[in-house]
Design a protein around this ligand. Structure first.
Ligand SMILES: C=C1C[C@]23C[C@H]1CC[C@H]2[C@]1(C)CCC[C@@](C)(C(=O)O)[C@H]1[C@@H]3C(=O)O
Ligand SMILES: O=C(O)CCC(=O)C(=O)O
Ligand SMILES: [Fe+2]
Length: 381
């Protein structure tokens, strides 16, 4: 019987729990449940070339140095026109906050399963603890546990309940004793939101678009914060921590720890993005690709695991308010009038990824076909 993940009413047992238990009893164990085995046509564990994900020093842009801004915009244009990945340093986020957010991941994921299960993902929502996505998938299960929660940017014209949306999530789901953890991730998400808006200004500048076009669109974002916990695996070449996908979201700010695992598919090969303690990895998602009419690429990537050490990452997914219409600025369309994607709302794309289509290399094209099949009148031209 495929061990898979047994999620009972208030607890669950995972293959990584079983592997640890067997190790502790000196029993050899290399059985990976078949629902976790990815039959891919490449050797997951083969040594990878490093991806040229350029490092952008944000200080020059932040202080308004025109030459630094021009150079950064050119570097970003080259990377985003190719694979959509770059890295930022001197981003101004307090390293103490980054470390606190990272160490709080251990506090959460090392809780007893019965206590963690209090955060179990509510079916039909994006929020909560997901163990290998076993609640909605039956094959190619990812070798990971994730905790996802909403971040609603504070906004003048919103009502006050956005003020502490992350703190409220942790206290309401896990109990008041988790308020300190909620405060850490509230502050973390606020910093990630500010950084994301800053980066959208740099993206707009690199595209020759009004500098505030994207910033204004995401000012009142309803973003997704995702904590990824990847346990070690006895047979790491049989599994994937996160399968090949393009992020359906707009912009991803990824904090990765010192354990390698993030890989990007470029020029028909997987490339590793080597962890750097002082850098955050940025990548374009499908929604922002649509807002550039395909000029900037949302690129296929995945996360591999290893046999020895767990890996933990924090992904902040910038997302617009659910019902805002995603459409490219006029400056983009001047030169190439052919729209590549329809106008759509983020809530439509979320529905598509949650009910109809598992995120992969072609999510946005499949979504476009789905939209156009439902309402041909919505054809881009
Ligand atoms: C709209 C969404 C789909 C995912 C959660 C949110 C934003 C990011 C997406 C995801 C994390 C991208 C990687 C693949 C995925 C399947 C996952 O590993 O969780 C994606 C999420 C999902 O489909 O639930
Ligand atoms: O954890 C990683 O390295 C990447 C995770 C990822 O791509 C995602 O969660 O969308
Ligand atoms: Fe991703």
């Amino acid at each position: 019987m495929d061990l898979g993940v047994s999620i009972l009413a208030n607890t669950f047992t995972t293959p990584w729990d079983l592997q640890t238990k067997k190790k502790n009893t000196n029993l050899s164990n290399n059985n990976v449940p078949k629902s976790f085995i990815w039959s891919l046509n490449d050797d997951i564990g083969e040594p990878k070339e490093k991806l040229d994900a350029p490092i952008i020093d944000l200080q020059g842009f932040i202080i308004g140095d025109e030459t630094a801004t021009k150079n950064a915009a050119q570097v970003i244009k080259n990377a985003c026109s190719n694979h959509g990945f770059f890295q930022v340093i001197n981003h101004g986020i307090d390293p103490k906050l980054l470390n606190e957010a990272y160490s709080n991941m251990d506090q959460f994921f090392k809780l007893p399963n019965t206590q963690k299960a209090k955060a179990a993902k509510v079916s039909g929502t994006l929020w909560g603890l997901s163990v290998a996505h076993a609640d909605r998938l039956s094959t190619n299960l990812p070798w990971k546990e994730t905790l996802s929660f909403p971040y609603r940017a504070k906004n003048d014209d919103d009502d006050d309940d956005d003020e502490e949306s992350v703190v409220d999530y942790f206290t309401s789901v896990m109990g008041n004793e988790f308020e300190p953890m909620g405060m850490v991730y509230q502050k973390y998400c606020e910093e990630m939101h500010k950084l994301s808006l800053l980066i959208t200004e740099l993206l707009a500048t690199s595209l020759g678009v009004k500098r505030s076009y994207y910033r204004d669109f995401y000012e009142d974002a309803h973003s997704i914060m995702r904590l990824n916990y990847y346990p070690p695996c006895d047979e790491p070449n049989l599994v994937l921590g996160t399968g090949p996908h393009c992020d359906p979201t707009s912009l991803t700010v990824l904090y990765q720890d010192e354990v390698e695992g993030l890989e990007v598919f470029v020029n028909n090969k997987w490339h590793a993005i080597e962890p750097r303690r002082d850098a955050l990895v940025i990548n374009i998602g499908d929604t922002l690709m649509a807002m550039t009419n395909g000029e900037y690429k949302s690129c296929l990537h995945r996360a591999v695991v290893n046999e020895k050490i767990e890996r933990k990452t924090m992904a902040f997914f910038l997302c617009p308010k659910e019902h805002k219409v995603v459409t490219p600025p006029s400056e983009i369309l001047v030169n190439n009038k052919q729209r590549k994607y329809p106008d759509f709302t983020w809530s439509q794309l979320v529905e598509f990824t949650q009910k109809h289509y598992r995120a992969d290399a072609n999510t946005l094209q499949a979504f476009t076909n789905w939209i156009w099949s439902k309402s041909p009148s919505n054809d881009a031209n």
